[in-house]
Design a protein around this ligand. Structure first.
Ligand code: 13P
Length: 252
């Protein structure tokens, strides 16, 4: 039996104003004592206020990106230490939207991950293939390279979470087959086991992300080596996200 604690993570992306805090309140009231870990990653502008709402820490809080430096002349950037100072416990790094829009490389994602871990945050490191790469049969090769390039050496199993997010499944309503999800998650677990890094590969949580919704959550959570989900669009609706949390609780 796996001891990995299941994790339902919501990535709000560039969504969320003060008025949306009421939705979070609804989620917290519905899940005063969730049977799995629940993580919300709002925009940085809301971190403080979300922390105030979740002061009892029944819901964990995360950022969506950081600079690799601790501080300095980096106008517009936020450091991992600042996010931790604002109450974050997790951080999403290497999301495909950042890899694509800002040219973030594996090496940059690795340095950000190291900075995040040094600041005491858990780094949720995202990997995933394009549709062209999948059609060309290159999915596992791409994922393998991203894991090697993006996951810092020497990180403890508690300090990292890997999110498999096929780019073509993000925000599209399309999802891989359960067999395809299983293949990639089993592969990631095997890749982690092959690393001689001193961490317990079997303790690292692996999330699936990409068009997770109430209607497909249960079957996805039944797939081998899926320890939870990284949810975009559906995490903005407390009823939908709540249903995903319930599906994960049932699977836990
Ligand atoms: P959707 O759930 O909207 O497809 O987004 C997934 C995602 O990118 C989470 O990080």
């Amino acid at each position: 039996m796996s001891q990995r604690r299941k994790l339902a993570a919501g990535n709000w992306k560039m969504n969320g104003l003060s008025a949306d805090l009421a939705k979070l309140r609804q989620l917290i009231d519905t899940y005063p004592n969730p049977g799995c870990e629940v993580l919300v990653c709002p925009p940085a502008t809301l971190l403080d206020r979300v922390r105030a709402l979740t002061a009892d820490k029944t819901i964990a809080l995360g950022g969506q990106d950081c600079h690799f430096a601790v501080n300095g002349a980096h106008t517009g950037d936020i450091s991992a230490r600042m996010l931790a100072d604002a109450g974050a416990e997790y951080i999403i790094l290497g999301h495909s939207e950042r890899r694509t829009a800002y040219g973030e490389t594996d090496a940059l994602v690795k340095s950000k991950s190291s900075a995040a871990i040094a600041a005491g945050l858990v780094a949720v490191i995202c990997v995933g293939e394009t549709l062209e790469q999948r059609k060309g049969g290159g999915t596992l090769e791409v994922i393998g390279e991203q894991i090697i390039g993006s996951v810092p050496e020497g990180a403890s199993e508690d300090a990292i979470v890997i999110a498999y997010e096929p780019i073509w499944a993000i925000g599209t309503g399309r999802t891989p087959t359960l067999a395809q999800i299983a293949e990639v998650h089993d592969f990631i677990r095997a890749q982690l086991r092959m690393r001689d890094d001193g961490f317990a590969a079997d303790g690292v949580r692996l999330l699936y992300g990409g068009s997770v919704k109430p209607s497909n959550a249960e079957e996805i959570f039944g797939v081998s080596n899926v320890d939870g989900a990284l949810v975009g669009g559906a995490s903005l609706d407390p009823t939908d996200f709540g249903a995903i949390v319930s599906a994960l609780e049932a699977a836990a």
